[in-house]
Design a protein around this ligand. Structure first.
Ligand code: HEC
Ligand code: HEC
Length: 183
C-alpha cells in the first residue's frame, strides 16, 4: 500500500471516496470527542498512508477498520493516494475532547522533554518523517494510544518513542494527552 506514496494524488477524486470513511470518522473527519474514533482531518498524508498500511498488514490492531483498508474497496492504490490527500486538506477539529485541565504544566514539561524532538514544538508532526500531528486530537484517544504504546499493544510504535513513554505513569500520560488536545 505504501506504493500510494509515490502516486500523484487527485484531491477531487479523494473527496468522492471519503464518504466510505465518514460513517466512523464523520463527514468533517473530526471523529468523536469520546475518543472512540480519532480526528483524521488535517493529518499528514504520509502518516495516513502508513497507518492504513499498518492496519492492513495487521501491524496495528484495528479490526473495526480492517475492511476499509482494502485498496480494492477504496479505488486501488490511486484511490488510497487520493483519499489521503483529501483528508490532509480537511480543517482540524477546533473543539476536540479535552481532559480535566488539572495537570497542564506537567503535561507541557513532559512533552517538551520527551516528545517534541519528533512531534514538533506545537505537536505539528512531520510529513516527511512520518511523525503524526498530535495537536487537537481527542484527549481520550491520545490517552488510549499512549497506554497501548507503553504497554506494547500498539505494534507499529517507534522504538525510541516507546523508551520515552515507558517511564510514564497513567497520570502523566493523561496530562500530556490533555496538553496536546488543547494545542
Ligand atoms: C467502521 C468504522 C471505521 C471506518 C468506516 C473507518 N475507520 Fe478509520 N478508524 C476507526 C477506528 C475505531 C480507529 C481507531 C482505532 C484505535 O483506537 O486504534 C481508526 C483509525 C484510523 C486511522 C489512524 C489514525 C491515527 O491517528 O493514527 C486512520 C488514518 C484512519 N482510521 C483512516 C480511515 C480512512 C481513510 C477510512 C476510509 C477509507 C476509515 N478510516 C474508515 C474506525 C473506522
Ligand atoms: C523518536 C521519535 C518519537 C518520539 C521521541 C515520540 N514519538 Fe510519538 N510517534 C512517533 C512515530 C514515528 C509515530 C507513528 C508510529 C507509527 O507509525 O504508528 C508516533 C505516534 C504517536 C502517537 C499515536 C498517534 C496517532 O494518531 O495514533 C501518539 C499519541 C504519540 N506518538 C505520542 C507521543 C508522546 C506523548 C511522546 C512523548 C512522551 C512521543 N510520542 C515521543 C515518533 C516519536
Amino acid at each position: 500500500m505504501t506504493q500510494a506514496l509515490k502516486l500523484t494524488p487527485n484531491v477531487e477524486n479523494g473527496k468522492k471516496i471519503y464518504p466510505l470513511c465518514a460513517s466512523c470518522h464523520m463527514k468533517n473527519g473530526w471523529g468523536k470527542p469520546d475518543g472512540s474514533f480519532p480526528v483524521i482531518a488535517g493529518q499528514h498524508r504520509n502518516v495516513l498512508i502508513k497507518q492504513l498500511s499498518d492496519i492492513r498488514s495487521k501491524n496495528r490492531d484495528n479490526p473495526t477498520m480492517y475492511p476499509f483498508t482494502d485498496p480494492g474497496s477504496i479505488g486501488g492504490m490511486q484511490g488510497v493516494s487520493d483519499v489521503t490527500a483529501y483528508i490532509a486538506t480537511m480543517a482540524k477539529d477546533p473543539k476536540p475532547g479535552i481532559g480535566n485541565g488539572k495537570a497542564l504544566d506537567s503535561g507541557k514539561s513532559i512533552y517538551q522533554k520527551r516528545c517534541q524532538q519528533c512531534h514538533g514544538d506545537q505537536g505539528q508532526g512531520n510529513n516527511d518523517a512520518f511523525f503524526p500531528s498530535l495537536k487537537g486530537q481527542h484527549h481520550a484517544y491520545l490517552y488510549r494510544q499512549l497506554q497501548w504504546i507503553r504497554d506494547g499493544y500498539r505494534k507499529n510504535a517507534n522504538a525510541v518513542m516507546v523508551e520515552q513513554v515507558k517511564a510514564l505513569s497513567d497520570e502523566e500520560l493523561e496530562a500530556v494527552a490533555d496538553y496536546l488536545s488543547r494545542l
